[in-house]
Write a protein of this length. Structure first.
Length: 418
């Protein structure tokens, strides 16, 4: 019987494991380390500042800067790092700080009399008192409704792709206006594809060059640096997720939907100039294959509905933290969890515990409760420290026989109110 099984080995899962191991918990962590990061095109760069991209260990000795030093690289403010470098950093972090890493995937998590039964992809069954679900963003990819169900050789999500050189000489339509869309389009143009952008937004937003870290008291007071960018709103999101969780639910939902919206990194703007076909204020109404292995798109925009044909559509349209997509959870467990907001995200208590005792959540699924920082690597430190504290409290309650019953209705436990 384990104290904790962690499902997922990205930045959040690895950070939780490092803290749990330091506290002496009997744990296992499952997943391919940094899988989604390793799968990104090699021409992509980390958007966050290096100092805001550390994985978390209790002593703070395995940060990105420490790894960079082992490679003879400077992780400087304002200098973007390749995503492959960041993925390699996560692998190094796992070797230094994370015991009992098993690269098998988990097929299911279900309640059991003593806690949970976790079944691996090859059928091994394990028992654990608590579970931390840290599955990253891939289960939650969002594709516009008119494109769903179309063949994979014609429509993909941006996260489906590693290298993009297979599109050289082809006509590709990228949907979206955020970093993933703009960087994907720029790389496609560099690889020799004919590429266009389609976006609902009526303008493209670009982040500005970050100011120096040391810029004087007045400028720092006007717009303080945070791990999510400059400004007092960002400081609230970055440094006080627990305070964010206490905001009224409608306010949290509004902020989740609008804060830190789609924008391109400052360093991408020059590369993006190679993309000449940018169609803003438009959305796809319908899509259907043609007889010559292309797609015909009906696109609504300022001039009405128009038709275009393309070889392939890449939806760089983000991720939606819906509990319904967390299919690793057994259906009965998934259906019993309390949700928050209109998107169907699970409610998360003060220590990242769901409404089912002993099931803890990390990463994107917790963003509607804890705010925008949970969409970024930066949120891993707060999550790991707080979540492991919650696991330890739950284990003590289990030992005392005061676990309580799952909350599936309107009641709230003291932990949820804290």
């Amino acid at each position: 019987m384990y104290d904790l099984v962690i499902v997922g080995a990205g930045p959040y899962g690895l950070s939780v494991a490092a803290h749990a191991a330091a506290h002496g918990l009997n744990l296992r962590i499952f997943g391919r380390p940094m899988e989604s990061w390793h799968a990104m095109p090699s021409a992509m760069f980390l958007k966050s500042e290096p100092w805001a991209s550390h994985l978390s260990d209790p002593a703070g000795v395995y940060g990105l800067d420490a790894y960079a030093a082992t490679r003879g690289v400077r992780a400087d403010h304002g200098v973007p790092l390749p995503v492959g470098f960041f993925a390699a950093y996560g692998d190094w972090f796992a070797r230094q700080a994370v015991p009992a890493l098993d690269e098998r995937l988990i097929a299911s998590v279900a309640p059991h009399a003593e806690g949970y039964e976790v079944v691996t992809e090859d059928g091994e069954s394990l028992r654990t008192r608590t579970v931390a679900l840290a599955v990253g963003v891939l289960p939650f990819m969002e594709i516009p409704e008119p494109l769903r169900g179309l063949p994979r050789d014609r429509v993909t999500h941006s996260s489906h792709h590693g290298e993009l050189d297979g599109f050289a000489g082809r006509d590709v339509t990228v949907v979206g206006a955020g970093q993933a869309a703009l960087e994907t389009a720029a790389i496609l143009a560099e690889q020799g594809a004919t590429v266009r952008i389609l976006a609902r937004s009526d303008r493209l937003n670009w982040n500005t060059l970050p100011p120096a870290l040391d810029r004087g008291l007045w400028q720092s007071l006007r717009a303080p640096h945070t791990g999510l960018g400059c400004g007092w709103h960002n400081r609230l999101y970055a440094e006080t997720p627990g305070l964010f969780r206490r905001l009224p639910a409608p306010t949290r939902e509004r902020v989740f939907d609008s804060a830190l919206g789609p924008a391109g990194a400052w360093w991408l703007r020059e590369r993006f100039a190679a993309v000449s076909d940018v169609r803003l204020g438009r959305h796809i109404v319908s899509a259907a294959p043609t007889g010559d292995d292309r797609l015909r798109l009906e696109v609504a925009g300022p001039e009405g509905t128009t038709t275009l044909e393309t070889d392939h559509v890449i939806a760089a349209t983000g991720f939606a933290p819906s509990l319904a997509r967390a299919e690793v959870l057994a259906p009965g467990l998934r259906g019993a969890l309390r949700t928050v907001g209109g998107g169907g995200a699970p409610e998360v208590g003060a220590f990242f515990e769901s409404s089912w005792p002993g099931l803890f959540l990390a990463g994107l699924l917790t963003a509607p409760s804890y705010g925008p920082s949970m969409r970024f690597v930066f949120g891993a430190d707060y999550t790991a420290r707080r979540l492991v504290r919650g696991v330890r409290q739950r284990l003590r309650a289990t030992a005392r026989g005061t676990v309580g019953r799952p909350r599936t209705g309107g009641e709230r436990t003291p932990a949820a109110r804290a």
